[in-house]
Design a protein around this ligand. Structure first.
Ligand SMILES: C[S@@+](CC[C@H](N)C(=O)[O-])C[C@H]1O[C@@H](n2cnc3c(N)ncnc32)[C@H](O)[C@@H]1O
Length: 212
């Protein structure tokens, strides 16, 4: 998903250093100081326009959340929502999921979400997939032991690839769903923008939950 540049994005980001950090390399181990309360910290990598992470932060005031996005225009759209909502348990990051160990300390994250990550179907782009082993190595470093990684996608190829990649990495699967929206085991699904779009078109949603 590539959003068109927004002229208002950079000034909005610069105006709200209390809500958003850009490539925050001085923050490992310090994230709790950015929130109203110290509580378990959850991270979404590739938040898009933020529907999921905002709904999660509203539904779970007992947890802290970070939305991380590569695209300035996308994170600025989340920031716009946060400026209006002022959720005390939500922080935003403009940065790259490939640099997570620069942003977070070992074991700082209690759970990680990947929602409808770009599939990068060409073999030569495998390294860009957010479930490629270099990314898994970083997730493992910043997540607490046994913390859960939750991954949703509409893309069967990326789902199969991710199952194999995580299995080869030695991860343990807690849930594998081939049809999330008709799966009676899942009762607390929070939909993302992409998820609503694809399922409205009759598409099937896959989910896996796993830990290192
Ligand atoms: C297909 S969109 C899905 C957005 C949202 N999660 C949803 O489900 O509606 C994928 C998002 O991941 C972001 N993304 C891709 N690679 C990333 C990376 N390495 N680090 C951070 N974000 C990334 C893209 O900019 C894009 O906004």
């Amino acid at each position: 998903m590539r959003l068109r540049n927004k002229t208002w994005a950079k000034p909005l980001i610069e105006a709200h250093p209390e809500m958003i950090l850009v490539r925050p390399e001085k923050m490992p181990g310090q994230w709790q100081t950015r929130f109203a309360q110290e509580q378990p910290l959850y991270l979404e990598v590739g938040s898009g326009k933020g529907q999921f992470i905002v709904a999660m932060a509203q539904a779970h005031p007992e947890y802290n959340f970070i939305a991380l996005e590569l695209q300035e225009a996308a994170i600025a759209m989340i920031l716009k929502k946060q400026v209006a909502l002022k959720l005390p348990n939500l922080q935003l990051v403009l940065g790259d999921g490939a640099d997570l160990t620069d942003y977070f300390a070992d074991g700082e994250i209690s759970g990680l979400f990947l929602n409808f990550s770009d599939p990068w179907p060409k073999t030569r782009h495998e390294k860009r997939r957010l479930t490629y082993h270099d990314f898994l190595r970083q997730y493992q470093a910043i997540m607490k032991p046994n913390a859960l990684l939750q991954f949703k996608t509409d893309n069967q190829g990326l789902f199969e690839y991710s199952l194999v990649s995580m299995n080869n990495f030695g991860m343990t699967f807690d849930l594998v769903s081939l049809d999330l929206h008709h799966d009676k085991r899942v009762t607390d699904n929070v939909p993302t923008e992409y998820e609503e779009k694809f399922s409205a078109d009759g598409g099937r949603i896959y989910e896996l939950v796993a830990h290192f």
